[in-house]
Design a protein around this ligand. Structure first.
Ligand code: SF4
Length: 358
């Protein structure tokens, strides 16, 4: 039996059960593929259901606001995915009269759709014979053929593409693509692949050469940047309302479009005395008498290429905060309406913040 037939036969008995596998609707397949990038399928499953419930089709999504979409995306990370979904939905409605582009090349023109997503939607929704290449596929193919070129370099990618095209089932592109991704996720896993039970273990070249754990080869050493965030959680009363300050994050940095607290970023860890000596602090609180009521321990928040070391300072003011900075005064109980990064959500949940006014 050739590779494709064996793979599809394995898939027919072992495929994972997901709601997006019961539809050919390109909109729903697109949403699922975008959500599942960089996301565990368990977590992605719940977000998918919530997303489809609120925005069941292209037109409903195209009419949403960025804040609505970001709020729905809250906690999933990589927020540019949500912004791109919204932009692409508007583009399909305005430029394509609401008709979902149906070919790999048309799909590639849309914002946020790269070769992987274009291939997934084109093959699964429209049956176009184009193979997908994601991390699972890179791993399965490089192990099966014992490719020792780094898979993150042009030469390695080219080899994988060629090998993949040789074994790709052009008559069953949707099945083949979903099968190889499931196979990589369930059997040929990054760590401890289930070679003993694998349907390919007779012919897998890496297994025969006993080099499974060395493949795929990667050349990049990921570089990580450390950043030190000092968040000012500023509480005050205004017109007998309990208020807090938030700021909308600007483009060009992490969490663009989400809300967080006024921030002083430093080159290293600061204690309260060092923080209150910074120029930013003095500018923010010029003429005011802030009291630091609570200092949090450091939160380590890992992003793909950045480690954030974050401390929250709860600051109480006896008078209203009026400032020329771009902060927004929010009525405290309204905070849950705003899309915030997962870290801020965690802090707010852990520190029952309403208590500070009681
Ligand atoms: S034998 Fe092991 S390494 Fe080879 S394809 Fe199967 S699971 Fe992957």
């Amino acid at each position: 039996m050739d590779f494709a037939r064996q793979l599809i036969s394995w898939y027919s008995e072992n495929k994972r059960d997901f709601p997006w596998r019961y539809t050919n609707d390109p909109y729903k397949i697109w949403i699922s593929e975008i959500i599942l990038q960089q996301t565990r399928t368990g977590q992605g499953h719940d977000y998918y259901l919530r997303f489809i419930r609120l925005f069941p089709d292209l037109h409903s999504l195209s009419k949403a606001t960025e804040e609505q979409v970001l709020k729905l995306w809250q906690g999933l990370g990589y927020y540019s995915r949500a912004r791109n979904l919204l932009a692409a939905s508007k583009e399909i409605v305005s430029k394509h009269n609401g008709r979902f582009p149906s070919t790999y090349h048309e799909l590639l023109q849309l914002k946020g759709i790269g070769p992987y997503t274009a291939a997934a939607v084109a093959s699964i929704a429209f049956g176009e014979p184009v193979p997908v290449i994601d991390g699972n596929v890179l791993r399965v193919i490089s192990r099966w053929f014992a490719i020792r070129e780094p898979v993150d370099k042009t030469e390695g990618k080219k080899m994988i593409k060629q090998f993949l095209e040789d074994i790709f089932d052009k008559n069953n592109p949707a099945e083949f693509n979903q099968a190889i991704m499931d196979f990589g996720a369930i059997v040929c896993k990054p760590k401890n692949p289930a070679c003993f039970f694998c349907v390919f273990n007779q012919n897998c070249q890496s297994l025969n050469l006993k080099i499974v754990n060395q493949i795929p080869v990667k050349s990049k050493i990921s570089s990580q940047r450390k950043r030190y965030f000092n968040y000012l959680v500023i509480l005050f009363e205004k017109n007998q309302q309990k208020m807090i300050l938030l700021q909308k994050r600007k483009p060009g940095d992490i969490w663009s479009g989400l809300y967080d607290f006024p921030l002083i970023e430093s080159f290293g860890e600061l204690n309260a005395e060092q923080l209150t000596s910074t120029t930013q602090w003095k500018n923010y609180f010029d003429g005011l008498d802030p009291v630091i009521a609570e200092t949090s321990p450091i939160y380590n928040h890992q992003l793909t290429h950045q480690l954030l070391l974050v401390r929250f300072y709860l600051i109480k003011l006896n008078q209203a905060f009026s400032t020329s900075f771009s902060f927004q005064e929010i009525i405290l109980p309204d905070i849950p309406k705003y899309p915030v990064p997962r870290l801020i959500e965690k802090y707010l949940k852990e520190h029952n913040y309403l208590k500070h006014f009681s």
